[in-house]
Design a protein around this ligand. Structure first.
Ligand SMILES: Cc1cc2nc3c(=O)[nH]c(=O)nc-3n(C[C@H](O)[C@H](O)[C@H](O)COP(=O)(O)OP(=O)(O)OC[C@H]3O[C@@H](n4cnc5c(N)ncnc54)[C@H](O)[C@@H]3O)c2cc1C
Length: 468
């Protein structure tokens, strides 16, 4: 059978259905379209069959089925990947989204988390104990894709990439084995899974290290008119150059969203926003944030004591599922004044009111580990630049994509040379995958040869077993 064209055969479907406790969905059935839809509406793929896994044995049944019948296999975690890699055409989509259990061990400060969880699921359970895992900025993102590609958020400056803080993973391998991987067992694939995406198996659960954080932090957002952007960015550069790891402060240049904390008359007007989170003691946070809060004439300021959980979903509303998205991204070593000037220049040319140029700081703990500590590498990264085009109508694709490409065309010269695998778009292939892994690429190819020589797991930013 052709690997890429799987015509649904009733006998085969029955065979799979009998092995999957969570059931299967076929085209035309209710829930099929919802199950295949992902965050980025640019992606419109139609799997021949969707298997809704409830546990590791369901995952095992799917992996064996796809391998034995030569069927394209895709794995859906949170469905947030910009390239839409969770969904395949004509093949089997293994849907993990029903596997959302979280078990916290407060005394050991660890959590075992099933791979279908969203970030918000983990925060909700861990914050009951005043603990947090190192995750990302938007609560509806899947933990699996985020962690397997690296992962960064408000706690990264203190504790490193999300994947630096994984103690073990359970996975199902291409040859249908259930493997527990950690520093002590199967440590070669454990290294590769921490950055190498879904190239080596289907991860069914992650064990995260947790840290005392919250339940309240000093955090929120503060915004100024775009005319103040040069001064705000200069202040931002000075503040972040001296910020302790407890303070993470992202900068966004965009048009004002219709948020209640911003005056109505500026909605739709260009603004600059700092999204701030200080996870240290209140007195220190107030001292660190005083300069930001006193700067110029903010249009709105909701930096205050708030729950960590509320901060973790503060910008969710700006990134809804179902819009069209296109990103260009780079890791930066530092905030070069020339780059900041270009951020302002290209933000003035933004086409859609939903688009933004975003700077996230990551420097700190991750820089102190050796480059080959885990596959994610990029240990020289100080910042993430993300040029995020976001719009509503298919007819506007070209102009929005061109805006992002033009901005990136002038800004990528400020890159470390590395890029973030989790932010790569559909058309970014081999060259960009090499850039994402740098010197770690060769070791990933070796691992692919050992753990998935037939490239069963290829709906990802693919590491082919023969290299490229
Ligand atoms: C709005 C938004 C905000 C974001 N914010 C951040 C952020 O703050 N920090 C950050 O680091 N990243 C962030 N990201 C990027 C995010 O890390 C990636 O989009 C990531 O791929 C999402 O994971 P997912 O499980 O939702 O994706 P999916 O689309 O479900 O999957 C992504 C890839 O992972 C593979 N995969 C998923 N589950 C498994 C599994 N169980 N086993 C093996 N492979 C699997 C899939 O096959 C696919 O190749 C953000 C993305 C979006 C859209």
């Amino acid at each position: 059978m052709d690997r890429n064209v799987f015509t649904v055969d009733a006998t085969l479907v029955d065979q799979l259905r009998s092995g999957v406790r969570g059931g299967v969905l076929l085209p035309g059935q209710s829930d099929y379209d919802e199950a295949r839809s992902v965050w980025n509406a640019m992606i419109d793929r139609r799997p021949a069959i969707i298997a809704r896994c409830l546990g590791s044995s369901d995952v095992l049944a799917c992996v064996n089925f796809a391998r034995e019948h030569g069927i394209t296999l895709s794995i859906r975690g949170g469905g947030h990947n910009i390239s839409g890699l969770a969904v395949c055409n004509d093949g089997l989509m293994l849907d993990m989204s029903l596997m959302r259990g979280v078990w916290v061990d407060p005394s050991a400060r660890t959590a075992r988390v099933q791979a279908g969880c969203l970030l918000g699921d983990v925060d909700r359970e861990t914050q009951m104990h005043g603990l947090a895992a190192v995750l990302g900025f938007v609560s509806t993102t899947g933990i699996a894709g985020l962690t397997l590609g690296g992962g960064f958020g408000y706690l990264t400056r203190r504790f490193g990439w999300s994947c630096d803080n994984v103690l073990s993973m359970d996975l199902v391998t291409a040859d249908g084995r259930a493997v527990h991987a950690s520093e002590d067992v199967a440590n070669d694939v454990f290294w590769g899974l921490r950055g190498g995406g879904g190239n080596f198996g289907v991860v069914t659960s992650f064990e995260y290290k947790l840290y005392p954080v919250g339940p309240e932090v000093t955090a929120g957002a503060i915004a100024w008119r775009a005319e103040a952007a040069p001064d705000v960015l200069e202040m931002y550069r000075a503040v972040t150059a001296q910020a302790p790891p407890e303070l993470t402060c992202a900068a966004l240049l965009r048009r004002a969203p219709p948020a209640p904390w911003l005056p109505k008359h500026v909605h739709g007007q260009p603004i600059i926003t700092l999204v701030v989170c200080h996870t240290g003691p209140v007195a220190e946070a107030q001292k660190e944030l005083a300069r930001i809060k006193a700067f110029g004439s903010p249009l709105g300021d909701v930096v205050q004591r708030r729950s960590y959980v509320s901060q973790q979903s503060l910008i969710d509303g700006t990134q809804p599922k179902g819009r069209r998205y296109y990103w260009k991204s780079e890791f930066l070593p530092r905030l070069d004044p020339g780059l900041l000037a270009m951020c302002i220049e290209h933000s003035e040319r933004i086409v859609s009111p939903h688009s933004a140029i975003v700077l996230f700081p990551v420097e700190g703990a991750l820089n102190r580990l050796p480059a080959d500590y885990s596959a994610v590498g990029n240990r020289s990264a100080g910042w993430v630049l993300n040029i995020t085009a976001s719009w509503e109508e298919a007819g506007q694709d070209e102009t929005n994509i061109q805006w992002a490409r033009a901005a990136w065309g002038e800004m990528h010269r400020f890159s470390t040379g590395g890029t973030y695998v989790n932010f790569l778009t559909e058309e970014e292939g081999d060259e960009r995958i090499h850039a994402a892994y740098g010197a770690n690429y060769g070791r990933l190819v070796e691992l692919k040869r050992k753990w998935d020589p037939g490239n069963l797991f290829r709906m990802n930013k693919n590491i082919p077993s023969e290299g490229s």
